[in-house]
Design a protein around this ligand. Structure first.
Ligand code: GLY
Length: 372
């Protein structure tokens, strides 16, 4: 079963192909994009042994020359230094605008390769082959590319849409449960921000998605990509509706920056906590009743995920410091962070004037320091 979702962006439109065991078919899928028999692959060191041989075998029928560049694993690779290495490598191997670059890996490789291909020769086409659940449902789709600044996550980057996204769910078999759950944080986010029926479905099927039951996993990836594609098609560069995709992310990015992007808290884990806090904040400022954040929290808890700051395996800074970090969020307007809040499950909106006291209260409660 292969599903194809079109991201409609005029001349920058592309397909997201979702299925199980797609890599052997990579040659046939990519053939229409090929102008000359030359492909460069940027890949994560962890996937070199696991998935590269299968990708190369899939590309073999094309008779292409494949140049490979391995990137070290981990969020710290999203740096000026590694970006420079990737860019200089692409130039050294003589990559041309007509060529194709494949990003094989999780969000780190996808963001780096996407950014490198956005700026080398002012733009080379990039095909995303995401190997983590998080990258399949979020970071590989929509064209956000970039690296981290010492002041915050993803503060340096460009919009550069991929030319195709190949989501092979068989690649997810090698992931740990923790990595699957991190991807699940983003999947749940889609239901929470705009599709209550999807969230209802996740409440029934979330555990099967995580344990890799093929039809449930494909459905979850497909639905997430459909929701994202629909939003990106109407607001490619995030001047309106796309902001909703940041539900939970103002809190999440502050948490991740506070722990120095370390593996102590993975992105999707921070997003799950961030979603709980966004619903708490929605309640605190009067947009929902208490049953809504409680339903959100119960679901993440049932999935075995952290829902609050005090449960995270890292000691976080006090609320005031996290609020300082939020001022570096990309959604900041006039120095004030904007929050994605909700009137209910599936009804998110962007709120501009959220009282800092309400944010402080929510953070303190979540950290277990509200009585200090
Ligand atoms: N991850 C949020 C977005 O792509 O807009």
């Amino acid at each position: 079963m292969t599903e194809t979702i079109r991201v409609n962006l005029a001349a920058r439109s592309y397909d997201i192909v979702i299925g199980s065991n797609l890599l052997p078919d990579a040659g046939r899928l990519l053939k229409p994009l090929l102008n000359r028999p030359r492909i460069a692959v940027l890949l994560d060191e962890n996937v070199e042994r696991l998935h590269l041989p299968k990708l190369l075998a899939g590309l073999k029928p094309l008779g292409v020359t494949c140049d490979l560049h391995v990137i070290r694993s981990g969020e710290s690779a999203k740096s000026w230094k590694i970006l420079e290495e990737c860019v200089e490598w692409l130039i050294d191997i003589g990559i041309e605008r007509q060529d194709l670059v494949i990003a094989l890996g999780g969000g780190v490789v996808g963001d780096l390769a996407g950014f490198a291909t956005a700026i080398v020769r002012r733009g080379i086409r990039c095909v995303q082959v995401p190997t983590t659940l998080l990258a399949q449902v979020d970071s590989s789709v929509g064209g956000k590319t970039g690296i981290n600044s010492k002041s915050g996550k993803n503060l340096i980057g460009a919009f550069h849409q991929p030319s195709m996204v190949l989501c092979d769910v068989l690649l997810l078999k090698s992931l740990t449960r923790r990595l699957m759950l991190s991807g699940y944080g983003e999947i749940a986010k889609y239901g929470l921000l705009g599709d209550v029926e999807f969230f209802n479905w996740l409440e029934e099927n979330g555990s099967k998605v995580i344990s890799g039951v093929p039809d449930r996993l494909i459905r979850a990836v497909q639905k997430s990509c459909e929701i994202k594609a629909g939003i990106v098609a109407v607001d490619e560069t995030e001047h309106g509706r796309r902001t909703l995709l940041n539900l939970g992310h103002t809190f999440a990015h502050a948490i991740e920056t506070d722990v120095g992007y370390s593996d102590l808290v993975l992105h999707g884990e921070a997003v799950a906590v961030g979603c709980c806090l966004a619903f708490d904040l929605s309640h605190e400022v009067g947009f929902t009743d208490a049953s809504i954040p409680s339903r959100v929290r119960s679901h993440f808890r049932m999935m075995g995920m952290c829902t609050d700051i005090h449960q995270l395996p890292a000691r976080l800074s006090p609320a005031e410091r996290l609020m300082e970090l939020m001022k570096q969020d990309k959604k900041v307007v006039d120095g004030k962070p904007r929050f994605v809040l909700a009137r209910g499950i599936g009804s998110a909106f962007v709120a501009k004037d959220v009282p800092p006291d309400a944010v402080r209260q929510v953070l303190r409660k979540s950290a277990g320091t509200n009585r200090q």
